[in-house]
Design a protein around this ligand. Sequence first.
Ligand code: SER
Length: 601
Amino acid sequence: MKASEIRKKFLEYFKQHGHAVVPSSSLVPDDPSVLLTTAGMQQFKPYYVGKADPMRDFGSRNATSVQKCFRTSDIEEVGDRTHLTFFEMLGNFSFAAPATQECSDGGRGGYFKKEAIHYAYDFVVNTLGIDRERMYVTIFAGEHGVPEDKESFRIWHEEIGLPKERIFKHGRADNFWGPTGNEGPCGPTTEIYIAANAEDALAGNGVEIWNVVFNEYYAKPDKTLEKLESPGIDTGMGLERLAVMLQGADTVFDTDLFLPVVATIRDAHPGLDDKTVRVLADHLRSSIFLIADGVRPSNKEAGYVLRRLLRRVLVYGIIRDIHADLFPLVLTAVQQVFGNTYPEITKTNEISDVWVAEKTKFEKALALGVKEIEKYGTISAQEAFMIYETFGLPFELLQELVPAKVKGVRAEDIEAEFKKHQEISRAGAEKKFGGHGLLLDTGELKAADEEELKKVTRLHTATHLAQAALRKVLGDDVHQMGSDITAQRARFDFSFPRKLTDEEVKKVEDLVNGAVQQDLPMQYVEMPIEEAKKTGALYFFKAKYGDRVKVYFAGHDLASAFSKEFCGGPHVTHTLEVGKFKIGKQESVGAGARRIRFSVD
Ligand code: SER
């Protein structure tokens, strides 16, 4: 079954069952707490909580869509047989009216577990024609105050007739979904898996194809759950996975969603290894969709994701000696596959211009970087890290360009450098050594006693405000490269090519002092790393963080915060405590890197 047929059958099925067909929303969501659209339910968040009226907007309490999605969580995995950054999600949704809301259709409308499960089963078995013996499901086992989902068990077992042996129960980690961003609807799930045969299904050895979420809760920014007034339905089924299964393909790159793209790359440069072809196919395809939705390469948020994808393509081009300009060729192939479904990708000139501009920019940075590395004898891991931060030359490219100079450096050493820089902001106050001697030493913050700790804490908050202000004044190419703070002095290193003018210094000071005077709360939210990245908070891209991180922000909420960064603290509780901020001496610390000293009074 062709991918276009799968889309069509899905939408038709739910249309016949009283759902409004809603077009995919943009990859750039309205929700400021989320970087990119990661799920079909994203555009429907307001309908679950009664903030928008589905009857007015769609003429129905039930909706269905095929949504363009992008997930950065798998970016490092791309190149294997299954992982992608861009994908399409088939979904059906239902929004019952809150009890308090006057409902134009009389009742509360919408549907819940019974219908959602029956629809999903019927579609998989009767429309897609998948043998029910190959199917097994998971349901929520109950955990952390959310009860076991006995109703879904009953529906699957008694109404659908699925044997108990093919109903598996799991906890929060597996069978509870959401929210997207730092708050929103979420709830227990039932998930449908398809195995190769009946035996594998009994062994629970299959592939998840459909996630049916029962949105019963609202997760607040502090992660506590509140019962939603009216429960809703949110389901998601990955089109690519379904295509692999229904087309009997070996990998997603062998389905009709990718074949023309893969063939284009192979024709343009025969002999490329599979991994390279897959990375190029994925990254070019997702870049095209991001650009079509208005994302432009930059050093922050979605723009940074796009820049990283495009630069990876360019780096592969150099390393693999690819002379063909793949972008325009792949653009044509992607348009051929997706142009009818997503007409926004047919703006050929606009999309190509973004590519050309980024390629030119990269080539310039590369030329500068190459000049820079000429100056070095041997390159240390620390220097390799700096070269990446400043010029965008990744280590793998240095290995290609100047193998002799980096032969002493291992990839792990570079990782360690990234890690060191990231710990600067993460370790924070956790590392205490009792009441005397060194109280705090994170490599960046050093304090010997309580008094000093107070001062260092104020200076630390000031570095967050300063980084935000520097970026506002000098542009988003500014990134922290390091800092060193004691009670006696504070230094902040960042990427920028020249001395700041007096006027720029003044502007930065004024911005920081403005934020101080507003007495903004300095607070943090702790969340899974992937959600944290979507908030737009600053972080070291390649750093290894734990699964959960703290995002410190100065402001009343995360979305409108003056500054937000991944960080372990410590910080003041309100910015007024920082005091008057003043920039002192400036100096250069290597090409493309500046250091400022600053004080707070
Ligand atoms: N929101 C859920 C998911 O993304 C189901 O649509 O998996």
